[in-house]
Design a protein around this ligand. Structure first.
Ligand SMILES: [Zn+2]
Ligand SMILES: [Zn+2]
Length: 492
């Protein structure tokens, strides 16, 4: 079941009807009352003024235009103050006009007139600047082309193993250095399923604990920034790095923040809330801007594709090289796509007929079950499975002088004979994250180096997250291994 694609949310910004509308209504009422009062009792004093085309019509029009300008944060104290100031000045003008005489009246009127003109210029400008910056305690989501302020939002919350539900939670605020992003698409992967089942290693090592909010393969649009962040981010489509290093330790300073001891991981580790929600606040430094050619589907594939790109590069295989990729899941297939794009002869080994059939539909003709795997010379072997015996098999099958790439994680330790590693002069590479390859991956997807679209079997709403994590296939899902979640509220 695929949700309709909402129109571009940033193209339309609307004001939530609320305080602005109330002030506008009050202003109109005030003008009407004063007008009728003036006509009835003080014709000479007021009617000339109100009939004067410049003041009688222009002032209320200016005030209305100023107060009708969409507020960046409808209902917040600053917006209320700005609107109240305009209204006060307008009312003050008429009160002075009615109640005072002579020089005092003239001076008061001129003073208020200047104030009104200043306010009516400043108010809309100020509002529009704030709207563009989106800074401060603003929280928005897009709703079929409309941006609304949210004080709460919908998020998928895991309370314990197998216990997950969509909840209304407080909307995040961007802290200093952070950006607030309206999430467009989130991929669900094995890590999320392990968090859901309670088997994820971090839960037992103390790096993660319930309740937690998953979602780390995501993309969206920046709707606000915290202090110290370039407002130019606002409105940009982005994806974000999962790994958030401390930024100060030896590893972080060497550009290896993804293995920082003190790192948090978005939606995975250290209590960092994930993207299975309408909004997410993340450090602006972790963002990667997405070009228009990388749509939400591709944007949410950047993170897994970044892991795959690193695995493919670690295999160091080009034309004339033969590579075996074990595990035709999302990471295995993405790695195979990158390897094929680099010119290598790619073989895939898997255990289910359906996954191998899907691999063949992507044009991979050399697919094998373990029992039928031919005795070929593989220049590199990539383990993208969760099978504990695979690393040993990879080491066994790789050519001497070749490379073994380990990106899959088994539920229990897997053993290899390191003597074989030495005797065969094999290079073994472990890969934890996509971080160092994210920028290159965005470029590769934008340039169409690989086409991973068929991997996404279905895109469903946030409410179906628990079912997806339980392993249920959405109705009408294609044969691909990846399910996407669109956490936006359905339009209308
Ligand atoms: Zn993942
Ligand atoms: Zn660090």
């Amino acid at each position: 079941m695929t949700q309709p694609e909402p129109t571009s949310p940033w193209s339309a910004t609307t004001n939530t009807p609320g305080w602005d509308a109330l002030f506008l209504a009050l202003l109109v009422c005030a003008v009407l009352i004063i007008n009728s009062f003036a006509e009835a009792t003080l014709p000479n004093l007021v009617q000339d003024e109100l009939r004067h085309p410049l003041l009688g019509a222009l002032l209320p029009a200016l005030g209305a235009a100023a107060m009708g300008t969409p507020s960046p944060r409808p209902g917040d104290p600053l917006g209320l103050f700005l609107n109240a100031t305009t209204l006060g000045l307008l009312l003050g003008y008429f009160v002075v006009d009615l109640g005072l005489n002579g020089r005092v009246r003239r001076r008061g009127k001129w003073l208020l007139l200047v104030g009104i003109l200043l306010t009516t210029v400043f108010l809309p400008t100020g509002k529009l600047i704030l709207l563009r910056q989106g800074s401060g305690p603003a929280s928005y989501t897009h709703d079929g082309g409309v941006i609304q302020r949210l004080t709460t939002m919908r998020a998928f919350v895991l309370d314990g193993p197998g216990l997950g539900a969509v909840r209304e939670v407080p909307a995040p605020e961007p802290a200093p250095g952070e950006a607030l992003v309206a999430v467009e698409r989130v991929g669900v992967c094995g890590t999320d399923a392990e968090l859901f089942s309670g088997h994820m290693a971090y839960l037992h090592q103390g790096h993660a604990s319930f309740p937690l909010r998953p979602g780390h393969e995501w993309c969206g649009r920046v709707t606000g920034v915290g202090p110290g962040v370039d407002p130019a981010w606002v409105g940009r489509r982005v994806m974000g790095d999962t790994m958030l290093g401390c930024g100060t330790c030896h590893r972080c300073r060497r550009g290896r923040q993804h293995v920082c001891e003190r790192r948090t991981e978005v939606g995975v580790r250290g209590g960092r809330h994930g993207a299975l929600a309408e909004l997410i606040a993340v450090p602006a430094g972790s963002l990667h801007a997405l070009p228009d050619t990388v749509d939400p589907l591709l944007g949410a594939l950047v993170e897994p594709a970044g892991n795959a790109l690193r695995a493919a590069r670690a295999a160091d295989a080009g034309p004339d090289d033969r590579v075996l990729v074990a595990g035709p899941g999302t990471i295995g297939l993405l790695t195979a796509l990158f390897l094929r794009a680099g010119g290598a002869e790619v073989h895939l080994v898997g255990v289910t007929a359906a996954s191998l059939a899907f691999a063949r539909s992507l044009g991979f003709d050399r697919t094998w079950e373990p029992a039928t795997l031919p005795a070929l010379a593989f220049d590199a072997v990539v383990d993208a499975t969760n099978a504990a015996d695979l690393p040993a098999l990879a080491l066994d099958r790789v050519e001497p002088g070749g490379r073994v790439v380990l990106i899959g994680l088994a539920g229990q330790p897997s053993g290899i004979d390191t003597r074989t590693l030495a005797f065969k002069d094999v290079t073994a590479v472990g890969i934890l994250s996509a971080s160092p390859a994210l920028a290159d991956t965005v470029r590769a997807l934008a340039d169409g180096v690989i086409d991973p679209r068929p991997l996404v079997a279905a895109t469903v709403g946030l409410d179906q997250t628990a079912a997806v994590l339980r392993g249920e296939r959405p109705a009408g899902a294609g044969p691909g291994p990846k399910i996407h979640i669109d956490p936006r509220r359905a339009p209308g």
